[in-house]
Design a protein around this ligand. Structure first.
Ligand code: CIR
Length: 256
């Protein structure tokens, strides 16, 4: 499994409450969101990552969700073309941060749309959600780009989840957390799976950083299960990002 050495995050914009959302959880509180974000950054640093914090950009309410405008791998990085048109301008600052690390960046081109939240890497394999945000053209472009770098990618059609990683996470060693419509997805049937209980669906979006699993705070059954497998867990309060449909993975680009 890749070790991560760096992460890119982006500071919370003052306009966060204008972010796209389907959650009916009220408006996010800017100050509390900043606190939760600072704790997230500190947790990444405690796990050994060098974290670059990009400046906030109030023109883009969703720009804290830095995972969506790019996809990063060991061998290449690419700039996406978000299905949410209001998010397309977010890529400029992210590209500027990635260029010094990768040199040439690949790009998803029109008519393709793709958001990084739809891209799950497990070793040499990638799974790409075809969602309301990522269309088939975008997913197929990504698969072709990845094939040039000797990766294999396959498409996973979604019906309800915002993004693929809303409902599936790889927590290391081939183990997946799966929720909702992905629980019986044939592409994951042969994996070591934890089926996230319905009331804990939000924590199916977790991340693994160098052996530690970061989970949103308040999902005890999943937490207990992961700890029983011997993986250390760090819990993080995510309430303000959840109000605008964001999860743990969306808040960073983790770079191997
Ligand atoms: C959006 O709807 O685009 C944002 N409010 C939330 C993006 C969450 N990103 C992710 O799951 N990768």
């Amino acid at each position: 499994m890749s070790k991560f050495s760096r992460a890119i995050v982006r500071a919370v914009p003052r306009t966060l409450e204008g972010g796209i959302t389907t959650a009916q959880l009220g408006k996010p509180d800017y100050d509390l969101a900043c606190e939760q974000h600072a704790r997230y950054v500190a947790a990444l640093r405690e796990l050994g990552l060098q974290v670059e914090v990009l400046e906030a950009d109030d023109r883009f309410p969703d720009s804290v969700f830095v995972e969506d405008p790019a996809v990063v791998t060991e061998r290449c990085a690419l700039i996406t073309r978000p299905g949410a048109a209001t998010r397309r301008g977010e890529a400029t600052a992210v590209a500027a941060a990635l260029e010094p690390l990768y040199g040439k960046l690949e790009r998803i081109e029109e008519p393709g749309t793709l958001e990084g939240g739809d891209v799950l890497q497990i070793g040499e394999r990638f799974f790409v959600g075809v969602s309301a945000r990522t269309n088939r053209a975008g997913a197929e472009q990504l698969a072709r780009i990845l094939a040039n770098y000797d990766y294999h990618a396959e498409l996973v059609p979604l019906r309800h989840f915002l993004h693929l990683k809303t409902g599936v996470s790889h927590v290391g060693g081939g183990k997946l957390l799966l929720a909702g419509e992905l629980a019986d997805c044939p592409q994951f049937a042969a994996c070591d799976r934890w089926l996230v209980p319905h009331e804990e669906t939000y924590c199916a979006n977790a991340i693994q950083v160098n052996g530690t699993v970061m989970l949103p705070l308040g999902y005890p059954r999943t937490r207990r299960h992961i700890e029983e497998t011997g993986r250390p867990v760090v819990e993080l309060a995510m309430s303000e990002f959840q109000k605008v449909d964001g999860g743990l993975s969306c808040l960073s680009l983790r770079i191997p």
